[in-house]
Design a protein around this ligand. Structure first.
Ligand code: DGL
Length: 261
């Protein structure tokens, strides 16, 4: 059982930001990554559709005999995680709680901004979880639909990026937030220009925290693979996509050899 892989799924390539941190923290673990490239983006879809897609992604990973699943997609984590946890028996974690916990430890003025896809922000998953942990915190949710497209087109800086950042995030300056959660798999790639624009604001990238939580879950369930030095990594996609390999390089800063359909 311990030798089985950790399953990670996302709507596409973005979840590799989470994959990368898990790989770094747990180098001995085998990991099977599934990117639903045939149906990306999830960020503008309805709850029922996201539940349907996420359930199918789970079934695929279960057939691959994974020992736990990390839902790396913020939109799936926001809208489908409770459902998945209800119907599947293996340990499953999402990315929302890790980001929220981190933000709560770093914010001093208790004014927190959250950015994500339209479906994530409209679901209020981040806002409600923060409020449930501390009623006094003021949370500002902002969807940034252009960011995913910018990253996927390779725009990580420059005037187009800066204009989009100012369009979406200007409100956070006015509202004097001191912490912003990057609530989408793609946004860590825009961390630099976002930090430049939001001077003195703490930027929370939950991927590292998710990796720590993954390790805790493995330890608590006696599933940690202590035998391997270097685990095997396998990448699956639901559509033949040439750009997956190129984008994967952008996200992982290394090339990946085989991507299976
Ligand atoms: N992976 C999605 C998320 O983190 C972003 C891309 C999409 O819209 O599918 O919300």
């Amino acid at each position: 059982m311990k030798n089985r892989a950790i399953g990670v799924f996302d709507s596409g390539v973005g979840g590799l930001t989470v994959f990368k941190e898990i790989e770094k923290l747990l180098p001995g673990e085998n990991i099977k990554y599934f990117g639903d490239t045939a149906r990306v983006p999830y960020g503008n879809k309805s709850k029922s559709t996201i539940i349907k897609f996420s359930t199918e992604n789970m079934l695929f990973l279960l057939k691959e005999k994974v020992k736990m699943v990390v839902v790396a997609c913020n939109t799936s984590s926001s809208l489908a995680l409770d459902y998945l946890k209800d119907i599947f028996k293996i340990p499953i974690i999402g990315v929302i709680e890790a980001g929220v916990n981190k933000a709560l430890t770093v914010s001093s003025n208790r004014r927190i901004g959250v950015i994500g896809t339209k479906s994530t922000i409209d679901s209020k998953s981040y806002q409600d979880l923060i409020k449930s942990k501390d009623k006094k915190i003021v949370v500002f949710g902002q969807s940034c639909p252009l960011f995913v497209h910018l990253v996927e087109e390779g725009f990580l800086n420059g005037s187009l990026v800066n204009e989009s950042i100012s369009l979406y995030l200007n409100r956070f300056i006015k509202e004097k937030v001191d912490t912003v959660i990057l609530g989408c798999t793609h946004y860590p790639l825009l961390k630099k220009p976002i930090s430049c624009y939001l001077k003195n604001v703490k930027i929370v990238d939950s991927a590292k925290e998710v990796a720590i939580q993954t390790k805790e879950v493995l330890i608590n369930n006696d599933l940690l693979n202590l035998k391997n030095i270097r685990g095997k990594k396998v990448f699956y996609v639901s559509d033949e996509s040439k750009s997956f390999g190129d984008l994967a390089e952008l996200f992982l800063k290394r090339s990946i050899k085989t991507v299976k359909l």
